[in-house]
Design a protein around this ligand. Structure first.
Ligand code: SAM
Length: 258
């Protein structure tokens, strides 16, 4: 199916439309949609990916001018809204959602945060990011790209690095390549999103400082207590926020909150 390109794509809404049919096929195989799936597509645009998806599909798009394109695709519930205002529980109903999207670059990280916050309602997510953002999400402890988003994403999800998508597959052509990632939501975690996220914000608050000093400044905990927890966990006074695994953060939070 030939998908239309709007005359004036809106840069401020991150509108880079996928136009390469081979890549669209490859993405569809990577998603592997099934007729029983309950799928939410974020930023459906003019429906390049939407028309390849099976199942019970809800497509969210913020740009009102694109809604008529989407409404021509059969069997899709189209929602004109900002994804961050959407009630995920209402869309999910009784079944955990599969979430897909070629995310608008300007808010891809806030959207990922919003989805992780709703992870109990989601089974998996196949999302496209600028390659540098994807590298940060999958980076391992002590690597230079390892950041708050790496810890957060890898605590709630197991992540498959997917594949790279050349900037040439989009209209208009962006300045960077993209990468598609698959997030399988995990169930073993003990800490809800607000508590885990809040602690990471404190830990990463001054990245060049040592973790111990950041936590002493932000947690209101005594140095004696923190030092004893650090010793028990085998952490050193010189460790920085980017040296700990997601599971070490879980343990640190559970110990410091006692
Ligand atoms: N899915 C289409 C494709 O692959 O060709 C379009 C992808 S384009 C990178 C991102 C889309 O997200 C645009 O259509 C844009 O209007 C929409 N968008 C931007 N901000 C949004 C938001 N906050 N909520 C929902 N959609 C948004």
């Amino acid at each position: 199916m030939k998908v239309p390109i709007p005359a004036q794509p809106k840069r401020k809404l991150g509108q880079n439309f996928l136009r390469d049919q081979n890549v669209l096929q490859k993405i569809t195989s990577f998603i592997d949609p099934k007729p029983d799936d309950q799928i939410l597509e974020i930023g459906a645009g003019t429906g390049a990916l939407t028309s390849h998806l099976a199942g019970h599909l809800t497509a969210v798009e913020i740009d009102e001018s694109l809604i008529p394109f989407l409404q021509t695709i059969p069997n899709v519930k189209v929602m004109h809204d900002d994804i961050r205002n959407v009630n995920i529980a209402e869309i999910a109903g009784h079944k955990r959602l599969r979430v897909v999207g070629n995310l608008p670059y300007y808010i891809s990280t806030p959207i990922l945060s919003f989805l992780l916050e709703n992870s109990k309602l989601i089974s998996d997510m196949v999302l496209m990011f600028q390659e540098e953002v994807a590298d940060r999400i999958v980076a391992k402890p002590s690597e230079s790209e390892y950041s708050l988003m790496s810890v957060l994403s890898q605590y709630y999800c197991e992540i498959d690095r997917g594949f790279r998508i050349s900037r040439n597959c989009f209209v208009p052509r962006p300045d960077v390549d993209s990468r598609i990632l698959k997030f399988r939501i995990q169930t073993g975690w003990k800490l809800p999103f607000p508590e885990y996220h809040d602690f990471l914000t404190k830990a990463f608050s001054q990245r060049r400082k040592k973790l111990r000093n950041n936590l002493l400044r932000t947690l209101g905990i005594s140095a004696a207590k923190l030092d004893s927890i650090f010793a028990e966990m085998g952490l050193g006074a010189n460790d920085r926020a980017e040296n700990l695994t997601p599971q070490q953060y879980e343990r640190l939070i559970l110990e410091t909150r006692k």
